[in-house]
Design a binder for this molecule. Structure first.
Ligand code: TXA
Ligand code: MG
Length: 342
């Protein structure tokens, strides 16, 4: 099958496909998703198959209005409602015990469902036109970097699904913040995103960043969010995450061989890397910009034939935490410190 790229005027056709049980690429403000009718087992099966996704990894369900949430879950605790009112539409996924409206297959066999109301107007229009909540994991092949443009989605899904809807480049560029409630006042961050722990703390009494966010899960251990145990976001190039300031990163890179090697640097590093003749690309001057750019940068590195990509690590506060969380996984936990003296 040839995959069609649809524009905004063709959303009603995309909705027709969705209602008839097909999987369709959907732009959101975080990353492109591979959407289907969340209540249709066969459609959900197609999504798992097109991605090559393990069956125990649950899908996030997308709604277009907060009123569509209650039927999908057993109850909405006051803290969850306060969070939704503050951060929806937007990049926050809230996990609650699921109702019988969510099939077990959509939930990866779990007793819960993560729901979010995306901010992207095309995503909202698709959900409304389909008339059902849409389950949508990120639209990459399982293990690959998440798609932040329709081109990335075509790269991974051409021939596997009937259509992708065009929605431009994703503003956030990393997937939503995924949270669960430990108790009536406590939020646990399972996956960091553009809604930061600092922001969540303004609404919740307590915010815990799950230990799996920054650590390598041990072999065979039980993680709260199944997605955290899989190898993720990895390009073909080997990736090393380098902690260190400008000078330390520059010196570290000067010691690497140059054949097939590239540095993914901050904007401020450019001039000195240029002078030193070290192959590099930059990925932004703020954590927000770096987050938006970095999945695309991983794909570009592969296109350029890079065999080893060294990425300058962000700090782990604010949106930097989301970026760092994706980077350690893309690097297969190969993290080095260049700041011997710091
Ligand atoms: O921004 C996003 O969240 C994007 C766009 C398309 O909305 N979607 C996305 O979905 O990133 P996915 O499937 O690639 O990542 C969902 C993550 C996985 O790590 C999964 O294990 C976790 O959320 N998750 C989903 N439902 C869960 C649940 N009920 N319990 C625990 N973890 C859950
Ligand atoms: Mg994903």
């Amino acid at each position: 099958m040839k995959t069609q790229l649809l524009n905004e005027e063709e959303i009603s056709y995309a909705a027709e496909l969705l209602r008839s049980g097909e999987a369709v690429g959907m732009p959101t403000e975080t990353v492109y998703g591979l959407a289907c009718d969340a209540g249709n087992d066969d459609a959900v099966r197609k999504v798992f198959a097109a991605k090559g996704r393990p069956a125990d990894n649950p899908l996030i369900v997308h709604i277009a209005d907060i009123s569509e949430w209650a039927p999908l879950v057993r109850e909405i605790p006051p803290l969850a409602m306060r969070l939704a009112e503050q951060f929806w539409p937007g990049p926050l996924t809230i996990i609650l015990p699921r109702s019988e409206k969510i099939p077990a297959i959509t939930a990866g066999g779990l007793d819960s469902v993560g729901v979010r109301l995306p901010a992207h107007p095309v995503a909202q229009a698709m959900i409304r036109a389909a008339g059902v909540p849409l389950a949508a994991p990120s639209g990459n092949r399982s293990g690959s970097p998440s798609p932040t443009t329709s081109g990335h989605m075509m790269m991974d899904m051409d021939g596997r699904i009937p259509a992708v809807v065009e929605g431009g480049s994703c503003a956030c560029g990393v997937e939503s913040t995924v949270i669960i409630l430990d108790d009536a006042e406590t939020v646990r961050v399972l996956r960091p995103g553009f809604v930061t722990p600092e922001q969540l703390n303004e609404i919740a009494g307590r915010v815990i960043v799950d230990e799996a966010v920054l650590a390598q899960p041990e072999e065979g251990c039980v993680v709260r969010s199944p997605g955290m145990k899989y190898k993720h976001y990895a390009p073909n190039a080997q990736v090393t995450l380098v902690n260190g300031n400008h000078q330390a990163f520059l010196q570290y890179m000067a010691q690497q061989k140059t054949q097939g090697v590239m540095a993914l640097a901050f904007d401020e590093d450019a001039e000195d890397f240029e002078k030193a003749g070290i192959p590099f690309r930059t990925y932004g001057n703020t954590d927000e910009k770096r987050a938006a750019a970095f999945f695309g940068a991983l794909r570009d590195a592969d296109e350029l034939g890079v065999t080893h990509l060294y990425v300058r690590a962000p700090r782990t506060d604010g949106v930097g935490l989301a970026l760092y969380n994706r980077l350690i996984r893309a690097a297969g936990y190969d993290v080095v410190s260049a700041d011997e003296t710091e």
